[in-house]
Design a protein around this ligand. Structure first.
Ligand code: ADP
Length: 258
């Protein structure tokens, strides 16, 4: 018996397939999101890796920004429920989740048994999201996957004072022109994202621990470092942090298949 979850985000599409024991048997992450061929490509990659096909799937759940327009799924569910469920599977007992994706950031509070209790989100502004980091990586002529390594080489953080992505981009360009070190600029960029995310978390009230991060931006160790410093807590990142919503969706699908 197989349950399939597909998380069609603004920036990337993630697929997770679980078997009747809830084990993750296949997954794929494709760097194209809603309104693109990302869903087809991610599904093809997950099926190729597992040797399964759509006919082997007993139930499917779509989540994420592009879920409504993906009509092949048996059911659509909000990404909040799916992230909570996925995290509870990956790291049971987590009370606060910080999910930073390509175009939004959310803070979720869970009950001790892993049920979604409250949440706040920023979906209005690119600052504090993966989009901000993608723009900065381009200006720095770096790959998004390298920002964490650069951050680790920082010796003196360069403050990025603009909160607007467009102005912050100009600020980074002027820091580069002034010859400031790239690792120090990168650390300043990460501090800026962390301040935004920490603001969201604080709107939920006192920080309930343990805290974990999900979403693609959790793969950036520099953002995790900056958020830990900003919030003064330790943050766990599951290995499959970007797949968290898709795994939650696959588990809901498995419930229905059963
Ligand atoms: P969404 O669900 O909104 O499409 P994701 O949670 O998939 O977003 O996250 C996408 C973001 O993750 C990208 O905008 C990018 O900034 C970041 N990202 C993706 N891969 C990596 C990586 N290898 N290292 C660091 N950041 C990454």
């Amino acid at each position: 018996m197989y349950g399939l979850g597909i998380d069609i985000g603004s920036t990337a599409t993630k697929v997770a397939i679980v078997d009747e024991t809830t084990a993750l048997v296949g997954s794929a992450i494709h760097g194209l999101g809603a309104g693109t061929s990302g869903a087809d490509k991610a599904l093809a990659e997950a099926f190729e890796a597992t040797g399964l096909s759509w006919d082997d799937i007993d139930f499917s759940v779509a989540t994420g920004y592009g879920r409504q327009r993906f009509e092949r799924a048996d059911k659509q569910l909000s990404e909040l429920s799916c992230h909570a469920r996925g995290m509870n599977q990956l790291l049971p007992g987590i009370r606060t989740i910080i999910d930073i994706g390509g175009q939004d950031a959310k803070a979720l509070r869970l009950t001790p048994t892993g049920v979604l209790d409250n949440f706040v989100m920023n979906e209005k502004c690119a600052a504090g999201t993966g989009r901000f980091l993608d723009v900065m990586a381009r200006v720095l002529e770096s790959d998004i996957s390298q920002l964490g390594k650069l951050d680790a080489q920082s010796t003196e953080v360069v403050e990025i004072s603009s909160t607007c992505t467009v102005f912050a981009e100009s600020e980074v360009i002027s820091h580069l022109a002034a010859g400031l070190r790239i690792p120090d600029i990168v650390a300043g960029i990460h501090d800026s994202v962390a301040k935004r995310a920490a603001g969201l978390v604080r709107r939920l009230g006192p920080v309930e621990q343990p805290v974990a991060m999900s979403g693609g931006v959790a793969r950036n160790t520099g953002v995790v470092r900056a958020l830990e410093a900003e919030l003064g807590v330790s943050i766990s990142v599951p290995e499959n942090c970007q797949l968290c919503g898709a795994i939650g969706a696959a588990l809901y699908a498995l419930d229905r298949a059963r």
